[in-house]
Ligand binder design. Sequence first.
Ligand code: MTE
Ligand code: MO
Length: 327
Amino acid sequence: MFFHRRRRWEIATSETTPEALFFDRRSFLRQSAAAGTLMATGLTGLTSFIGSTTPGHAEADPAGLYPARPNPAFTLDRAVTPERINAHYNNFYEFGMSKSIAEAAEALRTTPWTVKVDGLVEAPQTFAFEDLERAFPLEERLYRHRCVEGWSMAIPWTGFPLRALLSRVQPLSAARYVRMETFLDSKIAPGQRQFWYPWPYVEGLTIAEAANDLAFLVTGAYGKPLLKAFGAPLRLAVPWKYGFKSIKSITRISFVAERPKSFWENLQASEYGFWANVNPAVPHPRWSQATEEVLGTGERRPTLLYNGYGEEVASLYTGLEKEILFR
Ligand SMILES: Nc1nc2c(c(=O)[nH]1)N[C@H]1C(S)=C(S)[C@@H](COP(=O)(O)O)O[C@H]1N2
Ligand SMILES: [Mo]
């Protein structure tokens, strides 16, 4: 059946179904009641999405690390999403609830930037971002990216496998999970003034997931250092999981014994779990996951189990069938 659809990036944000909708309605009402008026926040979330053609300013590349060598092992079954589309359709709640946070994200200061690696490791270490970026060989990989809201993109990420960092810092055997955390600075991130969100953004993986070759620490995209809207200067890409697992603007990576509770799980555990592996057969409480809109094309495609990465990751989940693996 053919549906005539406006392209997603032409749809007003108010018509889309952002991940936060369930919660935002309540918080909006709560805040409105507190302020005694319906004027308060929330309204920014209703601003129409108007894409411009200029992406944000790329970070400097003094060491000439970009573009990095493409790794031919990572190919796509679809075209790369144009950068101008990707750069103006983002989820980055620190900078607002709409998809058009690119301008607001320019307030992020990424120099200096440190990444603290701590917890249950042989060699805890705080890296200056420039050192981290130079400490591991960078490569470019083409990855699919699937948001639980039902849209997808295809992105040339630059970075290095998370497991390279693991071998550098040597997790202890007591470490069972990797917990990752985003910056916390409400002076520059207006979203973080919305006190009802459990800031900072937190995500986590098991050690086995983190050691899988696909788990990628991203420092660049489209052959350049990361734009701020993409989560500069360091983000994660775990393409077999829903996009919310791919945490942006990471400041801390901790090796821990207990399963970390993520930002979204804290907000709404019935909708967002720890595993969040892509599965077209398991609907999210608010969205079918059977198909996805390929941003930039108007095309709708069947979604693939593990977002098409089953060969690489399915074995991570043998013996875990009792877990809620697909939410
Ligand atoms: N710190 C942080 N990381 C985040 C988010 C966020 O709001 N804050 N949103 C997540 C969600 S829901 C998705 S779909 C992806 C979006 O990445 P993109 O904007 O590069 O497409 O980032 C994820 N990482
Ligand atoms: Mo998402």
